[in-house]
Design a binder for this molecule. Structure first.
Ligand code: AMP
Length: 400
């Protein structure tokens, strides 16, 4: 059964078609600049040539129409008709406290997601547009929703409550939710599988280090803490997000720079992180890594702050779990940057008995242990695959 995995943003839509039985990718692509001039579709059938086509897309329904056309195209398509798409799996950002797992999408579910819009005003409405576009074009195809927040719903109250008046939790559900849950779940399970160990017996710390970045603590198969909070702004220093700061800084900047709260929040989300720390050199870790050995002070400090913050979270979560068996690195930086892994492991994790295998740490693109056999804590690189995890969940929920 083919599963169409959809990840809908406000002006973009990523898609993959995956055969759920063989878990092979049939095709993937991206619609960009939806609702903006210059919209286009990028489409790559597995083993085929990447096509880029200018295509006017006034909205997400237009975009999905192009996706379906590409998938069924006589020459470059990978299925004969839409009947060969058994189900659609939607990546959904915020399920609040309502969703502790994935779900088949019904009208009641759509309403419940709408009720979480307050918590993710940028992402959830875009996700919902994707759902209604698919419903319009493929009315008889079942759909499932896989939430970024769901895996973290097992956190205990002591991990998810903030030290603010309790009434705000009761009235508005202000609490830690965490994100990247599909990735944290996939990577932690895969690590146990690769090691041939029982998932329920392990204490695992997953470092999802991409443009957005978060760390999670997974004990006995359940998430017990994670670094992102009510929104993805909390936690690690990221590409452009500040991560943890003293909340009083917001008021301070607003006064000094004569800015509104919205303007300061935009700075914390889009102009901070390693981009801000490097004095706008780059939010891309490849650029910082290139500048680091040349002694570019802003790049060196940005990378050092980033690595130090990751190491602090690893320490916090080793404490939260009273130990750690496995540390996993994943996502763009975690999977590709041996330099960043070295900065974190060699500078800060000696007390956990971490010993990196320098040769293994240079490898890429595979599930691999990068610590030495006598390392007290195992360190691994596990390439994340959120789309496959979404396809698996969708298949589980929708197969007859
Ligand atoms: P993601 O958000 O998981 O797609 O990760 C994207 C980020 O990964 C990019 O912004 C880059 O900073 C980073 N990245 C990708 N490849 C490399 C690499 N070879 N070395 C360092 N960073 C990389």
């Amino acid at each position: 059964m083919n599963i169409l995995v959809i990840n809908c943003g406000s002006s973009s839509l990523k898609f993959q078609l995956i055969d759920a039985q063989t878990e092979q990718l049939a095709a993937k692509g991206l619609c960009e600049r939806i609702g903006i001039e210059g919209s286009r579709i990028v489409y790559t059938p597995a083993g085929g040539v990447k096509e880029i086509k200018e295509a006017p897309m006034a909205n997400h329904t237009d975009a999905i129409r192009y996706v379906l056309e590409a998938l069924t195209n006589e020459k470059t398509g990978v299925v004969k008709s839409l009947d060969e798409i058994g189900a659609v799996g939607h990546r959904l950002v915020h399920g609040g406290e309502k969703f502790a797992g994935s779900t088949v999408i019904t009208d009641e579910v759509i309403q419940a997601i709408e009720e979480c819009n307050d918590l993710a005003p940028l992402h959830n409405p875009a996700n919902l547009i994707g759902i209604s576009a698919c419903k319009e074009l493929m009315p008889n195809t079942p759909m499932a929703g896989i939430f970024d927040t769901a895996f973290h719903q097992t956190m205990p109250k002591k991990a998810y409550l903030y030290g603010i008046p309790y009434e705000y939790y009761e009235k508005y559900r202000i609490r830690r939710y965490g994100f990247h849950g599909t990735s944290h779940s996939y990577v932690s399970k895969r690590a146990a599988e690769v090691l041939g160990r029982n998932y329920e017996d392990l204490k695992i710390i997953v470092c999802h280090l991409g443009n957005g970045a978060s760390v999670s603590a997974v004990m006995n198969g359940k998430c017990v803490d994670t670094s992102m909070g009510m929104t993805p702004l909390e936690g690690l220093i990221m590409g452009t997000r500040s991560g943890d700061i003293d909340p009083a800084i917001i008021e301070f900047i607003a006064h000094k720079e004569n800015k509104t709260i919205d303007e300061v929040m935009a700075i914390l989300n889009k102009k901070s992180g390693v981009l801000g720390l490097s004095d706008n050199l780059s939010s891309d870790f490849r650029d910082l890594e290139d500048a680091y050995p040349q002694g570019n002070v802003r790049a060196v400090e940005a990378m050092d702050c980033f690595a130090y913050r990751v190491a602090k979270y690893i320490g916090a979560y080793a404490a939260a779990m009273n130990g750690v068996d496995v540390i996993c690195f994943t996502a763009g930086v975690g999977e590709n940057s041996s330099f960043t892994r070295e900065l974190i492991c060699n500078n800060y994790l000696g007390y956990l008995g971490v010993k990196l295998d320098d040769e293994a740490n240079q490898k890429r693109g595979e599930d691999i242990t990068i610590s030495t056999p006598d390392s007290k804590t195992t360190v691994m690189v596990i390439p994340t695959n959120e789309e496959l995890a979404i396809a698996r969940e969708t298949y589980r929920l929708t197969r007859q």
